[in-house]
Design a protein around this ligand. Structure first.
Ligand code: UT7
Length: 327
């Protein structure tokens, strides 16, 4: 038997806090609207000029230390992000250099808010196939760099942060029990950064049209998010021969507290089994699941032999759910 297990978790949240009260001075919004519609009270903002790989480095160092694995022992680094330091090279390559992980291959995974689940699944497969032994998986975002601070419908939602997991080979018991990943490119316009890519390279026109900022149709996404997260969770559980009753800890993507509650209600999972930290950090895309997993473990919510279910959804559209037995 050869499988993968998580042996170290870490997180990094930039120290600067942007509270709802601060946003009241920037756009036509209110603490009351943001809190009741989303559950968000504050979010972290990275210092200007700090790239995604810097946040990833801080989270990774903690995860590696906890894992007792040196960066030089890493075979692969995966960074899930939609805000890479540069279009290329990848943030994973910058991180490899920061960590001096000279033996590691490195690439980014682009799957928006489901990026950490996609990257974890990829890492698990690389280890189970026997190709690699030690893999670092990071969800890291500087969403403040693509946020339109004059658009109240989006700027209140997002934050910056990073979470990291170190995976290694397990030869005793299976930890990764199942994964279900999905996508729907037909709805790509619901959540998009339209400018700066090969379709619309940066130009005066793209700047004028504010195409380098996140555009989101929140209302439509909300309905799809609930349906798709419920279905992804059920599919991952079925693949693992589990039911919702077997879940000890649910780690949902943190886009909106109301989405999380609706998903939990439909899956019939009690509040005490769900980890929610959106009030402190907002939506950090791929970093949300990574940081939530790390904090749930730090807070003692995740114990040995627990069944942990990750469940995420985001722009693409993409979604994914992963069932893990905590070893
Ligand atoms: O990360 C993964 C993908 N993302 C998601 O899954 C996000 C899903 N969507 C959502 O979380 C919610 O749709 C939002 C939080 C984005 C918006 O909440 P909503 O309850 O769907 O509000 P809405 O967009 O329907 O807007 C309701 C009203 C509108 O005013 P009118 O037209 O009713 O007069 C908006 O203009 O609220 C207004 N509004 C605001 N008011 C105060 C929108 N943003 C704000 C704001 N402050 N920040």
């Amino acid at each position: 038997m050869q499988s993968a297990k998580i042996v170290g978790l870490g997180k990094y949240l930039p120290p600067k806090i942007l509270r709802n009260k601060d946003l009241e001075r920037m756009v036509d919004t209110s603490d009351e609207w943001i809190t009741t519609r989303t559950g968000i009270r504050e979010r972290r903002i990275a210092e200007k000029g700090l790239g995604t790989s810097f946040l990833a480095r801080e989270a990774s160092r903690i995860a590696l230390k906890r894992a007792g694995i040196k960066a030089s022992q890493l075979d692969l680094i995966l960074v899930a992000t939609i805000t890479p330091d540069t279009q290329f090279p990848s943030s994973a390559c910058y991180l490899q250099n920061y960590l001096k992980a000279h033996s590691a291959a490195a690439f980014d995974v682009s799957a928006a808010c489901a990026g950490f689940v996609y990257a974890l699944t990829t890492a698990w497969q690389f280890i189970e196939s026997g190709l690699y032994k030690n893999v670092l998986v990071v969800g890291s975002e500087v969403l403040s760099s693509i946020t339109d601070w004059s658009d109240r419908s989006t700027c209140v939602l997002f934050g910056d942060g990073a979470g990291a997991a170190v995976l290694t080979r397990s030869t005793t018991r299976k930890s990764f029990l199942s994964s279900y990943l999905g996508a729907d490119g037909a709805n790509s316009d619901l959540l998009i950064l339209p400018g700066g890519g090969s379709r619309h390279p940066a130009s005066e026109e793209t700047l004028k049209q504010k195409m380098h900022f996140i555009k989101m149709k929140g209302n439509e996404l909300f309905r799809i998010a609930v349906r798709v997260m419920v279905s992804a969770a059920r599919k991952a559980l079925t693949k693992a021969h589990l039911t919702t009753e077997d879940i000890d800890v649910l780690i949902p993507h943190q886009a909106n507290e109301r989405i999380i509650s609706a998903v939990a209600k439909r899956l019939n999972i009690p509040q005490g089994k769900i980890y929610v930290n959106i009030s402190h950090y907002g939506n950090m895309s791929s970093a949300s699941s990574a940081v939530a997993l790390c904090e749930a473990w730090e807070d003692g919510l995740i114990k040995k032999d627990d069944i942990v279910l990750l469940d995420a959804f985001g722009g693409g559209l993409v979604w994914g759910s992963c069932a893990i037995r905590w070893l």
